[in-house]
Write a protein that binds this ligand. Structure first.
Ligand SMILES: [Zn+2]
Length: 289
């Protein structure tokens, strides 16, 4: 099937009490691992691309990989642009075929954030493309966005409600205590804040900074309304470690396809564990396209 946006898959996830995994890919091999894994598990899935990764390969190439991989696939796949801080770049990705985009104007004032998000929604909706926006500041490094702990702040429930009433977004990413990168200590998740934002916005929430959270934390966040869970850092580690370990263990072998195959298998295994944990395995059949 063609690429789909993430609106319906996230509403279905909220209704069904599960979450859809949004996996950050790095190249064709990792994109293939995500989509093949979703196919095998009959799960809806979000292929997530950071702006830096898109700039490396080019929009045309990445969109064509995704289209080609989805053509032969019966599960719903969204191609989503992660944390884009540039409205013009979002427009270019929409032109090239992304089915979903995130505008991250969380570093701007509330008014500017709302204004940029409204512009993106205006560009995206006529093309049936879903939009995610962020409020508050999620600590850590994501792409070129660096938020220090002292600058991080959680989303305010009043402002969250105001924001989501003012603009028609499909997924909302409030800062609720998770962090990008690797956790240094036990993360303090503001569960009460997730609950209150879910009740007041009625929009599926995105959980950023999924790497390193315990199974229990994931389950609790899903039960409170997190319908999209981002996994990025973990896959970066698996991507490098699996390749390096294969080469280290087969140091006389110079067949590049073998470490690539090993990398693909390792990524797929990690992605499968998350899809099963999030409860989205077997849920693709429930999608009515
Ligand atoms: Zn993020």
């Amino acid at each position: 099937m063609p690429l789909v946006n993430m609106k319906k898959m996230l509403i279905d996830a909220v209704d069904g009490g599960y979450a859809v995994g949004a996996f950050n890919i790095l190249d064709y091999n990792s994109m293939r691992a995500v989509i093949d894994c979703a196919k095998e598990l009959n799960a809806p899935v979000i292929v997530q691309t950071s702006v830096k990764t898109v700039k490396l390969w080019g929009q045309k190439a990445m969109a064509s990989w995704a289209r080609e991989l989805c053509d032969s696939c019966a599960v719903p796949v969204a191609l989503h642009l992660d944390h884009c801080t540039d409205v013009d770049y979002v427009a270019q990705c929409i032109d090239h075929g992304w089915s979903s985009v995130m505008i991250d104007a969380s570093a701007q004032s509330f008014e500017t954030n709302l204004e940029w998000t409204t512009r993106v929604v205006g560009m995206a909706k006529p093309h049936n493309i879903s939009v995610e926006a962020e409020l508050g500041a999620i600590v850590g490094v994501e792409d070129d966005i660096f938020v220090q702990e002292r600058d991080a702040h959680l989303a305010d429930p009043d402002l969250s409600e105001q924001f989501c009433q003012a603009v028609d977004i499909d997924c909302f990413a409030p800062a609720i205590g998770t962090a990008h990168g690797i956790y240094k200590g036990e993360p303090v998740i503001a569960y009460d804040l997730i609950e209150s934002i879910t009740k007041r916005t009625r929009i599926p929430l995105a959980l950023h900074g999924g790497t390193g959270l315990s199974d229990e934390v994931f389950k609790k966040c899903i039960a409170l309304g997190c319908a999209k869970i981002n996994i990025s850092t973990q896959l970066k580690h698996v991507f490098i470690d699996s390749f390096v370990e294969y080469v280290r263990d087969h140091s006389t072998e110079y067949n590049p396809l073998k470490p690539l195959a090993s990398q693909y298998d390792a990524l797929k295994q990690n992605i499968a564990e998350k899809i099963i944990l999030f409860g989205s395995a077997g849920k693709a059949g429930q999608e009515k396209m």
